[in-house]
Design a protein around this ligand. Sequence first.
Ligand code: FPP
Length: 238
Amino acid sequence: MSEQKRLPRHVAIIMDGNGRWAKAHALKVAQGHRRGTETLRAIIRESSDIGIEALSLYAFSTENWKRSPAEVSALMSLLLEYFTSEIDELDEKNVCIRILGDKDGLPGPQRQALIAAEERTGRNTGLKLNIAINYGARDELLRAVKALAAKAQSGEIAPEAITAADLEDALYTRGLPDVDLLIRTSGEMRLSNFLLYQCAYAEMTFPAVLWPDFSLADYHAALDAFGKRDRRFGGRNE
Ligand code: FPP
């Protein structure tokens, strides 16, 4: 009998390389993002099928607004299209959607579609699918600090009594387990302001493949490699 695989509870993915993929195929960057959305669909489905508890995907950062208006608009259109066309299947698969990031900074139709997706799937008990949109970890931490400071100022909490759990409760990832495995495609080895607090003990892997080419075999290779890592969390495994 094959050995039971040790799966990560929480996988986070930086889906990098759509632009380079488009360039390599002499296509517009929007086409790269469209192909990247196909990969995202396949990885979400697979994660749900194999029983991953939580999957967090970095779709649009607080810094991505610096890109050209055409690229930002293409990404916003894809987001709207995705959340409109996939919501039935995701709900049927019992997927619980959460948006990480500042929805208030998004255009109205996108904001409404994301809120509707969260409300419709909020009580589902399957894969916890977290999509980071208008997200930055420094912004997330700053918001958490401000929320705790406001509680301290109003007397709701004593500053010296603030715990790590209080801080974690003030993050977008409230209630989720820490990230176990972080995957960044395209060979770049950076966190780029993604889940800085939650990745404190994450195992990391940086496959060279561009996101639109990231296959289920590549995903399983990353999961298998995770299963072989020796995790010590600062202690010793004697
Ligand atoms: C990074 O590649 C990718 C992004 C900034 C966007 C990721 C978005 C998607 C995969 C699709 C849209 C999301 C949803 C939820 C429908 P890059 O453009 O920085 O690639 P490059 O480094 O090669 O230029």
